[in-house]
Design a protein around this ligand. Structure first.
Ligand code: FPP
Length: 248
């Protein structure tokens, strides 16, 4: 992977290209954004949450069908408790706002990851948001919280093993589709494009199984500074790639 540098003038615009159905975003660089300004890391997350609101809305407006954002990984619990508390507050604020203000919205909210670690308050907000938005017909917004690609696979393999043990699934019947069906993203298309701002060349345990053929666009911008124009650049870069899925 290498950093994709924006060209000064884009020769294509969004109206010229086919959009990916499913976009994933690793919202990285909040800490560095804050450090550059002499602010606490929590200020970077607050700014990142604002960017998330704008970009999620923009993706829905331009017709992206599925958006998955990496908000909190299974490894993020290692961070100092004040940073974790600040992130939990931001999640709560957003989920309360979504329930209160997004009544006529078309976005379907889903949460992917292991929920067991969250407070009862956050858990009920997640449930409420999923229930409220389930029958909408717009973009599916997956928010990955306490998500890890390996942990997701372990859970899927355990569930599959249970089925084999109780005799309802034969090992010979297990296919790639079976694995996909046991993931948090069951029933959704795999991501076509994964955007990683902040210039890091890592997958960081994000959608490990689902991203087998995703195009990665790594961008040299910190997440709080990420704009609609950056989103357009990533979509145009994606459209220029030749996807062969192992063929020629
Ligand atoms: C990674 O940047 C970012 C996170 C661990 C948190 C992402 C959360 C948000 C954008 C805000 C809340 C989201 C919602 C859904 C309301 P980093 O802190 O690791 O950055 P660094 O690598 O520069 O330190």
């Amino acid at each position: 992977m290498s950093i994709f540098k924006k060209k000064p003038t884009q020769e294509l615009s969004l109206s010229d290209i086919a959009l990916p159905a499913h976009v994933g975003i690793i919202m990285d660089g909040n800490g560095r954004w804050a450090k550059k300004r002499g602010l606490p890391r929590s200020a970077g997350h607050t700014a990142g949450a604002q960017t998330f609101r704008k970009i999620a809305r923009y993706c829905s407006d331009i017709g992206i069908k599925y958006l998955t954002v990496y908000a909190f990984s299974t490894e993020n619990w290692k961070r100092p408790s004040d940073e974790i508390d600040a992130l939990m507050r931001l999640f709560k604020d957003y989920l309360q706002e979504a329930i209160r203000d997004f009544k006529d919205d078309s976005i379907v909210l889903r949460f992917i990851g292991d929920r067991s670690a969250f407070s009862p308050e956050l858990l009920s907000l997640m449930q409420e948001n999923e229930d409220e938005s389930r029958d909408r017909d717009g973009m599916v917004l997956n928010i990955a919280m306490n998500y890890g690609g390996r942990a997701e696979l372990v859970t899927a393999f355990r569930d599959i093993a249970d089925k084999v043990k109780d005799g309802t699934l034969s090992p010979d019947a297990i296919t790639e589709q079976t694995i996909s069906d046991y993931l948090y993203t069951a029933g959704q298309p795999d991501p076509d494009l994964i955007i990683r701002p902040s210039g890091e060349n890592r997958t960081s345990n994000f959608l490990l199984w689902q991203s087998a053929y995703a195009e990665y666009v790594i961008m040299d911008v910190l997440w709080p500074d990420f704009t609609q124009e950056d989103m357009n650049s990533a979509l145009i870069e994606y459209a220029k790639r030749s996807r062969r899925f192992g063929g020629i």
